[in-house]
Every structure is written in C-alpha cells, then in structure tokens.
Design a binder for this molecule. Structure first.
Ligand SMILES: [Zn+2]
Length: 863
C-alpha cells in the first residue's frame, strides 16, 4: 500500500457532510476475463450527487484512469495517484463520469479471477469489505454515502452473470451478454457485489403468508463452480436458509428487503463469508471435499445465519463509520448461534460458542492491542485490523449477556424498532441502545458503559468455606474486573449468570443445584448455596456471561479428572474453556492441563468439543510446554490418538476427529508415522473410516514434515487429484519438508513471488512453519524483521498480513532465561523502537504476535 490508500475518518466525515449521493451507475466490461493475458477490465461509473463544496475526490484503485467528465466537461486525470482522483469545480448538483482500467485480482480483494485447473473455466467474484469496492469501480468509498446502484455487466453469454439485484434487461453481441440489474435500494458500496462465470446453480423458493394477510416470495439460489458439484451439499444449505428466513421474518418484523437471495460458494476466499445483500459470498471451504462432520455442517449453518442476520443488521441499517463495525458483527455473530440453535437441526450451537468462539474473544481481549467493543477507528487501515475477536465474539457474548439481562422478547422488540426507525440509513451505537431501552423499559447507560466502553475480561472465582460436615458454610464469588487501558482501574461489570453445583458420586460429576444470580461488585455472597455439599463449583454454567471463570482448589482437581462425566456438553465446554484459560495465563501449569486433557479426552463424547480441546492441546504442547518435556508430551498425544481412534465407533464423527488428530500429531512426532502410513496405503484403516482425499493430503503433509515422503510420491498424489484443492494441498505438503535448503526455497518463493494467489501463499506459510522443522528456521527472525515494511508497502493488505502474522518467529526458553530476555522479543522491541512511524496496523500485528510468544514463554517458565 502507498500512503494514499489509507482513508481517515476525519476526511470521510467531511466528505459525507459536503456530498449528498443520489445514484450511481456502474458499467463493467468483463468480456476478456477468460483470457489470462488480459490483466485489466474497463469500469465506468456515472455518479449523480449534490455538493456544498467546490472540490472533493473519488476513490479508484486502478491500473489507469482513462477519462473523467464533470457535468459534461473533461477533467484533468493526470493528477490520479493510484487511489484518488481529485474532482474540482463542483456545482450544487453534479454528474460525474469516470472511466478506468481496473485489475483482475489474485488476492481475493476487489474482483478476484480464478481459473479452474481441472476444466479451464474462469470464475469471477467480488469482495470489498472494508474498502475494496474502489478496486472494481470509481466510488465514494465510505459506508455512510449510500447510493442507489445500477450495475450493468458484460460477460460471456453462457456464463451466470450475477449482482445483488435481479436481472431486468439483457442484450447479446459477439458471444457476450450485457446484463442490466434492477437499481438497489440505498446501499453502502462495500456490500455491492458482482459474480460471473459458468457457476452451477440450484434453485428454491421461500414464501410466507403472515398473520396480517401479507405474502412474500423470495427466489433462492445456491451456486458453486462446476468441479465442486460432487461436494455441493445444496439441500442442507437450502434447508437451513428456509429455516433462517422463517425465523427472521417472524422475529425482525421487517420483510426481507432485497428481492432475491443468492448464496455463492467461491474459491480462494479470504474470509468465511460476506453479507452482500441478495448475493452472499461464502468460502468454498464450506463445501467439504472430504467427509464432513456434523460440527463442520453446523459451522456452515451458523455462518449462513450470521450472513442472513446482516440482511437487516448491517445491510438495511448500516454503521456510519468503521468504529461501528461491532454493531453489525456482534449482532450477526450472536444471531448466527442463536438461530442455528433455535431453528435448525444443529441445536447445540451454543456449545461451539462457549468452547470455540469465545476463545477468539478471550485471546484478543488479553493482547496489548485490546480495545473496548465500541472502538475508536481513525482510518481504514485500523478498520482492516479490527475484524477481530472483540468485534465479533466478545461483542456477541456481551449481547448474549444483554439478552439475558433484559430478556429475549424485549431484545427482539428493540431490534424491530431499530429496523423500522433506521431502514436504509446509517446509525451509531446510541441508536441501538435507545431502541433496546424503550423496549425493555430499563436504563442501559450503566450496562453499556461497563460492557461496551471498557476493555478486558472479568475474572470470577468462587471462594467456598466448608464446615466439618463437608457442607458449604459460605460461598462468595469474587470478581476481579479491571480495564487494562485505564491503568487497570477497577470496573463494575454486572453479570447475570448461573452457578452450577456438582457432586461426585461413583466417579461421576452430577449437577445437583443451579442458582441464577447477579454478580456485580468485587464480592458477591451466595447465601442460597449454604448447606450444600459440593465437589465442583462452576461459575457461569449455561454460559450467560463473558468472563474468565476460575476454580477453587477442590473444583480444579475434579475438573482435571472428571469433566467428561458431566452430562451437559455446554457445561463441559465451560469447564474445558476455563482450564485452557488458566493454562494460557500460566495459572495452571501446562503439564497439568496436558495430562488432564489426555487422560480424559478419549471419553469426551461430543465430537466438536473433543476437536476443540485437541486444538488447544496442540498449542499447549508445541508452544507452552518447555522444550525438554515436549517430545514426551508429543508421544503421549500420538498414543492417546491411536488408542482413541481404534476405540471410536465405526463411521462416527469421533472416528474422523481422532483420525485427523493422529495425522496432525504425527507431523511433529515420529511415533505416529507407521500408523499414518497404514491409513494412507490402506493396510491399517479402522473399519468405517473413509480415508478421503483431504485426509490423504493431511497424512502426506504430516509424513513430509517428518521427511518420510519423496517428491515423486507427492507428485503422484497430485496426478490423481489434479484439482485446485489438490494443488493447494500439494504446495502445503511440500512446503513442510524439513531441511535448510527446503526452507530457503519456500522463503524465497513466499517473499519474492508476487504472482502467488492468497490460498497458495497461506499454504506455503503453513508448511514453512511446521513445528517439526523449527531448528531449520532459526535464522529467519532477522530476515522477517528486515522485510516487514517492504511487505507492507509492496503487497496488498491481505497478503502483507498473511506474511507478517504467519512468519512471526517462534522460540523456546533456554534454562534460566527470563521470558522477556528471549532474543526474538529483544529484537522485536528494538524493531518497534526503530519503526515508531511504521503504519499502526503493521505495528499492531507485530505487537500482538510478540505478545503471543511472550505468553508461550511465560507458560514454559511456569511449567
Ligand atoms: Zn458478519
């Protein structure tokens, strides 16, 4: 990025004050897309707007701006700087026409072009959030300048040609169709969308007859590229879509406003999905090439609901500026889990939320870069870095707590009021709170201040006092709540929560009592618990609030030994999550966590929970365990995975989870090599396990990390799976080969080959950083730090972020060394001092990654 790529809040606010956008016509000529030699396409924007200023600028990131006219008079385009074109001589009402040659993207930003190596078909799709619509067409790139957009797209006539609105006109010439789409309702540019290519489509219709006699019918389409059709689970996606529209129609009280609902699964996508109204884009990774577990399908359902919630929250009502990103993301994230749990077959969605999604928030909230949910975002580079665990998961957890606090019905009533008042407009946080206050009749000022405007996590610890008869004589919940951004000043954070009391009987932990209560200050007495006999006290059972939950000594011992005997998966998720938080904080020695998890995991019956705990175990062993103990822990993990795989029920999800775990563990432990070989060559495959292509590639990646494959073997596998997925998996596997020369080759490719696609670069980074070859990477810390600023200026923000995050050096503590003395951290400190004026977004990445390393070293020191 050049400096001009950034856009500040101040200048955009000024532009919004002086410009009134009316409508925008966007004409795109994509007829040359199938020819890889054509780098660019022609884009023409015609914008009508009122102005109270003489001069402004329009955003366009293009190869070149060909011509521009303002009110019929040609403008000087020689001042175009690669990101902005100055528009001078404005009148009260204006028509601006700008013509540019824009570039097909390989990084997933702007208009991405993908050619399928299997059948040579070309596919296009767009992704803009936060500020890449300017890579497709000249535009006022900010969410509060909404326009009625009319898209006109020329592309090969046998292609699907799609935008957010339905097609209303079509002409054909020279093998190409020019399709005109209906004008959009007022819309922010970051959620406009175009897709084109020979996509495969499956159709359905959703309809409703409401109690008031009104009717609505919405055409539904799901699409994917042709070679993915065998893996296209269209029925499941459509079923979930119907269930979601039923739910939102009933609860949001505002008819679906975008006419049609297309959902398209696209390759080489940088994120999970994007809520473009009428044309939602999803990563193709949601179409599972291998056997999918129920948890994977549940994850997809949750994303479908998340994006659907955005049709109202975000698309219909949009944040004024990126500091309100959380407004739409927290709400959509909450709805993703709520509606999946309430309206689909995936009713245990909250287990995933507690075990998995909230870890995203806990992790982020303890970084030096933590921020309140309502964040200050000065520019779009900062916005780009703020699609984080606080904006999504902590915000969702806070709203879940708010739902518990005001009640579910008032929460939805407030939302209905919000949609009705602000439809097609832009809002700030206060607008939502006002609606929720009106609906609930409660003053939310204090709640909002404590939850939305402070940073950090409350720590809740039960302090039991037990009499001679073993029964509680007193129970207090201590809250340690501070704001790390205000010198750790205490915060009064109110929690509505459920306390679970458990007894151990016949080696089984059984919940004998639940107490719902409000925890507000530093100490909350729980008189209801007096007289109870308890073996485990679980604060925040049912997961209503957002907090780090600690255990008293007795509870901790039982948690480490008997968690899997608790019947409710949601309660187990909270125990596992608490144990992991304590390990991350070096409060619980990592060895205790690893031993406790390994001893219990083979009896964890919830596949998604088992998979989550296995992921934490990998981090615990590879990053937090002292290097002297690591090989033993790796062997233990391989042994547990081997026996658990053998014991898993034939054809079950647990069998898949354990097979994947065994393969993954083998990448850093030779003990598993023979078993993984047996899976691969078919000589030792447990009955009912399908060793599909994905598992084969994972196995080959693990064996390559152990230097137990040849290049010929990998090439032979590629020959039998010459798909895009196969190619990426081949790159992933071969990049993991140990040896200084192999690492040097991968480093060279990652850092110099700018033609690499986003997916290929990510595959190389994953292979390069295999734990098994850490000794071959020792020398790269310096090269990493020396390269950071040139990556940032020379690559797009997505690609620079992949490199800056993915290649951050890791390290282990030498004996007697203090964590802060580690040479990587010392060098990073020096880099930060030497680069005080480096872009804030880049510094944020380096600071966060360094903190991750420091946390790992502290855990090693505390082991
Ligand atoms: Zn979202």
């Amino acid at each position: 990025m050049t400096a001009e790529m950034n856009l500040t809040h101040a200048e955009c606010a000024e532009r919004a004050r002086t410009i009134s956008l009316r409508s925008q016509r966007v004409e795109l000529d994509l007829s040359g897309a199938p020819d890889p030699a054509q780098r660019t396409f022609r884009a023409v924007s015609t914008v009508t707007f009122g102005a109270t200023t003489d001069e402004t600028w329009i955003d366009i990131v293009a190869d070149s701006v060909i011509a521009a006219t303002l009110n019929g008079t040609p403008l000087d385009v020689s001042t175009y700087d690669g990101a902005r074109l100055v528009i001078a001589g404005l009148e009260a009402e204006n028509e601006l026409r700008v013509e540019a040659d824009c570039v097909y993207s390989v990084t997933g930003e702007g208009l991405h072009r993908f050619t399928d190596p299997e059948d040579d078909n070309t596919y296009l799709y767009t992704h803009f959030e936060p500020t890449d619509s300017r890579r497709l067409y000249p535009v006022f790139e900010q969410p509060d300048l909404k326009a009625e957009f009319t898209f006109v797209v020329t592309a090969p006539q046998d292609w699907e040609i799609l935008s957010g609105q339905p097609e209303v006109g079509r002409t054909t010439a020279d093998g190409c169709a020019t399709v005109t789409f209906a004008p959009t309702p007022p819309l922010s540019s970051y959620i406009t969308a175009v897709a084109a290519g020979p996509y495969h489509r499956v159709e359905s219709t959703w309809s409703v007859e409401r109690a008031d006699g009104s009717r609505q019918e919405i055409p539904l389409t799901v699409l994917c590229r042709r070679t993915m059709v065998p893996h296209f689970d269209a029925d499941d996606v459509l079923t979930v879509t119907h269930q979601g529209l039923d739910f939102f129609d009933r609860h949001f009280g505002f008819p679906y406003p975008w006419g049609k609902y297309d959902q398209i699964f696209v390759p080489e996508y940088n994120i999970g999905a994007m809520e473009n109204p009428g044309l939602v884009t999803f990563t193709e990774q949601y179409l599972h090439r291998g056997t999918s577990t129920r948890a994977q399908r549940q994850g997809r359902a949750s994303t479908v609901m998340h994006e659907m919630a955005h049709m109202w929250f975000g698309d219909l009502v949009t944040m004024r500026w990126w500091d309100g990103l959380w407004l739409k993301e927290s709400f959509a994230d909450l709805m993703g889990y709520h509606v999946t749990s309430a309206a689909t077959q995936y009713a245990d969605g909250w287990v995933r939320f507690a075990a998995d999604r909230k870890q995203f928030a806990y992790r982020q909230d303890q970084l030096p870069s933590t921020h309140p949910i309502v964040a200050v975002i000065d520019d779009v580079e900062a916005a780009q870095q703020n699609f984080d665990g606080i904006t999504y998961a902590k915000g969702a957890a806070a709203l879940k707590q708010l739902m518990a606090y005001v009640g579910q019905e008032p929460f939805f009533a407030g939302s209905r009021d919000y949609f009705a008042r602000h439809a097609f407009g832009n809002t700030e946080v206060g607008d939502l709170m006002e609606c929720l206050e009106r609906a609930s009749g409660r003053d939310l000022e204090t709640w909002s201040q404590a939850w939305l405007e402070t940073a950090g996590i409350s720590e809740l610890t039960p302090v039991p006092e037990v009499g001679a008869d073993g029964h509680l004589t007193r129970l207090v919940i201590e809250q340690d709540a501070r704001d790390p951004l205000r010198d750790d000043a205490p915060v009064e954070r109110p929690h509505r929560l459920v306390l679970g009391l458990y007894r151990l009987k016949d080696e089984v932990l059984t919940r004998t009592r639940t107490i719902e209560l409000d925890v507000t200050g530093a100490r909350t007495e729980v008189p209801q618990a007096v007289g109870e006999a308890v073996d485990l006290i679980l604060v925040n059972d049912d997961d209503l609030t957002y907090a780090k939950v600690r255990f008293d000594k007795v509870s901790l011992r039982h948690a480490l030994e008997h968690t899997t005997t608790i019947s409710e998966p949601l309660s187990r998720a909270i125990v596992w999550s608490s144990l992991w938080n304590a390990t991350r904080d070096a409060v619980l020695p990592v060895g205790d966590y690893v031993r406790g998890a390994l001893a219990q995991l083979s009896s964890e019956t919830h596949p998604a929970l088992a998979a989550t705990v296995l992921t934490t175990l990998t981090t615990a062993i590879e990053d937090y365990t002292p290097v002297a103990d690591r090989d033993a822990a790796r062997s233990d993990l391989v042994r547990t995975a081997t026996t658990s795989l053998a014991a898993a029920e034939s054809g079950s999800d647990l069998q898949i989870v354990w097979a994947r775990a065994l393969v993954r563990a083998t990448a850093s432990c030779r003990d598993g090599v023979a078993a993984v070989r047996g899976l691969l060559d078919g000589t030792a495959v447990p009955e009912g396990l399908r060793v599909d292509q994905e598992l084969r590639w994972a196995a080959l990646a693990a064996l390559t990390a152990q230097d137990d494959t040849t290049e010929e073997e990998l090439a032979a596998e590629l020959a039998q799976d010459a798909t895009m997925g196969g190619r990426t998996a081949h790159v992933r596997a071969s990049s993991g080969r140990p040896g200084a020369d192999a690492k040097a080759r991968v480093w060279e490719a990652m850092t110099t080959d700018t033609s690499l696609t986003n997916d290929r670069l990510r595959a190389m980074v994953a292979g390069f950083t295999e734990p098994a070859s850490s000794h071959d990477r020792q020398g790269y810390a310096e090269a990493y730090l020396d390269s950071l600023t040139s990556w940032w200026s020379g690559r797009t923000i997505v690609m620079a972020t992949v490199l800056a995050r993915g290649l951050f050096p890791r390290g282990d503590l030498a004996s007697g060394q203090g964590p802060e003395e580690h040479e990587v951290l010392v060098r990073v400190e020096q880099w930060l001092r030497d680069h005080e004026s480096a872009p804030a977004a880049l510094r944020r990445i380096v600071i966060e990654e360094a903190d991750g390393l420091l946390r790992a070293l502290r855990a090693q020191a505390a082991a």
